[in-house]
Design a protein around this ligand. Structure first.
Ligand code: ADP
Length: 200
């Protein structure tokens, strides 16, 4: 079986920056956020289930998911989030497994902001946390997305606290300097993962 590394970190911690570096080393990266969007694309079984569960209003006229309407509804209705996740989580998990199995690189990375929160770490052999202080997270995420601090803080509170992730992760990289500093810390880990994947 292929060695699977789970890569996580809070918003703005540098998950994408780290993933991109691993890709330059020839390592394939499966992104849980992208998979989460793929399973609700027009015509996908999970989207059909969402429509059956909530009603036709979840679809736009062109058959695509009306994200804003669903987001607003989930905000208002206490049980709606859980109902939605009962549909989406298994579909996300199945597609992640398919994509991991199709990977051909020496090892493969599953990157997910909610790796531990959604138990996706159970699909992996080892986990790497990209860690950053909350100030740095806010600064980077607001510069990247143009979102205000309030929106970013809201996302941060929905994610597992930094300290808790540090306890759960096998490896931790503190991304508090230049990108070159990040890459220099990733390099020895990459060599370690290569060696581990050969043993497996
Ligand atoms: P995440 O995927 O964890 O939300 P990103 O990798 O997108 O975070 O990083 C957030 C922003 O900060 C991006 O614009 C990225 O280029 C930048 N960034 C990440 N790490 C560093 C770093 N060490 N130095 C400077 N900019 C960084």
């Amino acid at each position: 079986m292929t060695f699977i590394l789970g890569l996580t970190g809070g918003i703005g911690s540098g998950k994408s920056a780290a993933s991109q570096w691993f890709e330059t080393q020839g390592i394939q990266v499966i992104d849980a956020d992208i998979v989460a969007r793929e399973i609700v694309e027009k015509g996908q079984p999970a989207l059909v289930q969402i429509q059956k569960n909530f009603g036709d209003w979840v679809l736009l006229e062109n058959g695509e998911l009306n994200r804003r309407a669903l987001r607003d509804y989930i905000f208002k209705e206490a049980d709606a989030r859980q109902q939605l996740e009962q549909i989406t989580h298994p579909a996300i998990r199945t597609l992640i497994i398919q994509q991991l199995q199709a990977a051909t690189s020496p090892y493969v990375i599953l990157v997910s902001p909610l790796l531990f929160e959604t138990n996706q770490h159970q699909l992996t052999q080892r986990t790497l946390l990209i860690d950053a202080t909350e100030d740095v997270q806010i600064q980077r995420a607001s510069a990247r997305d143009g979102q205000n601090i309030e929106q970013i803080s809201k996302i941060m509170t929905a994610q597992m606290p930094r300290q808790q992730k540090k306890v759960l992760a096998d490896d931790i990289v503190l991304n508090d300097g230049h990108l070159e500093h990040l890459y220099a810390q990733l390099k020895p880990l990459h060599l370690q993962y290569l060696a581990q994947s050969e043993l497996g």
